[in-house]
Design a protein around this ligand. Structure first.
Ligand code: IPE
Ligand code: IPE
Ligand code: MG
Length: 251
């Protein structure tokens, strides 16, 4: 008899439509083994592969991965350079696998800050996966919510100034439509690995009613089975959106 798999405990009809992951703990994972922080980042790529494959296998609509924050630019130069080199190699190398699994790549963040080579590989990968209609994989690169919200405010102000919209027309929907995640499903589950209980400038606007899940597992040790655990936990929660439990249950 085959062993029951964790994936079988997931109700495929009630998957979170959009999952975001703060991939944290690479440096500590490496340092605990007496290795350089970059060793952790390098091994984190295997976790990205496993988790992306798991999400695609399940039929998750959208997965956003926090790969590099605006604040991460302030890390030591050798770490930033190492991460940029890793990005170039990984993005380049993963395109065939993305295509094999029908995954379409997207990116959010201030990508104009990225080195030319990273931007080049990224653009190629975006173009080469553009025809895929399976999992939407969004890489957050040089991203922070403060950057995103400031950019949205500027864009809306410009539209008001040019007469495209009136101030009275600025609604919740208009604001949401100016966020980087416009057009993607509502964020329903946010996972942070590495043991910290904070959000670190990630998807602050989108987190409004997302379920939060924190795990001590460090990113390089994280695998798709751990993602399945988070989804199983998500499916046990009662999401009330401000209503009472009775109201939610009588629906
Ligand atoms: C997350 O791991 C990866 C990036 C921020 C690029 P860290 O590098 O933050 O690892 P820790 O948190 O220091 O262990
Ligand atoms: C958040 O992790 C950014 C990414 C995972 C890319 P950090 O390690 O930068 O966050 P803090 O500094 O612990 O808040
Ligand atoms: Mg960290």
């Amino acid at each position: 008899m085959t062993q029951p798999q964790k994936i079988d405990n997931i109700d495929k009809a009630r998957l979170p439509k959009h999952i975001a992951i703060i991939m944290d703990g690479n440096g500590r994972w490496a340092q605990q083994q007496g290795k350089d922080r970059l060793f952790g980042h390098f091994h984190g790529v295997e976790s990205v592969r496993s988790v992306t494959e798991g999400a695609a296998e399940l039929g998750v609509n959208c997965l956003t991965l926090y790969a590099f924050s605006t604040e991460n630019w302030d890390r030591p130069e050798n770490e930033v350079n190492g991460l940029m080199e890793l990005l170039i190699k990984t993005i380049h190398g993963e395109v065939p696998t993305l295509n094999k699994n029908n995954i379409r790549l997207f990116t959010i963040g201030d990508t104009s800050m990225l080195p030319k080579e990273v931007r080049g590989e990224l653009q190629l990968a975006l173009d080469k996966t553009a025809q895929n209609d399976g999992l939407k994989l969004i890489l957050a690169l040089s991203y922070s919510s403060h950057w995103e919200i400031t950019a949205a405010v500027k864009n809306i102000a410009e539209e008001v100034q040019s007469g495209k919209i009136a101030i009275e027309q600025i609604s919740d929907k208009v604001v949401a439509d100016h966020m980087s995640t416009a057009g993607f499903p509502t964020l329903e589950l946010m996972i942070r690995t590495g043991g910290e209980h904070r959000v670190s400038n990630f998807l602050l606007y989108q987190l409004a009613y997302a379920e939060l899940y924190f795990t001590d597992i460090q990113w390089p040790a994280y695998r798709k089975e751990d993602l399945f655990d988070a989804i199983i936990d998500f499916q046990k929660r009662e999401r009330r959106f401000g209503k009472t439990s009775e109201q939610v249950q009588s629906r």
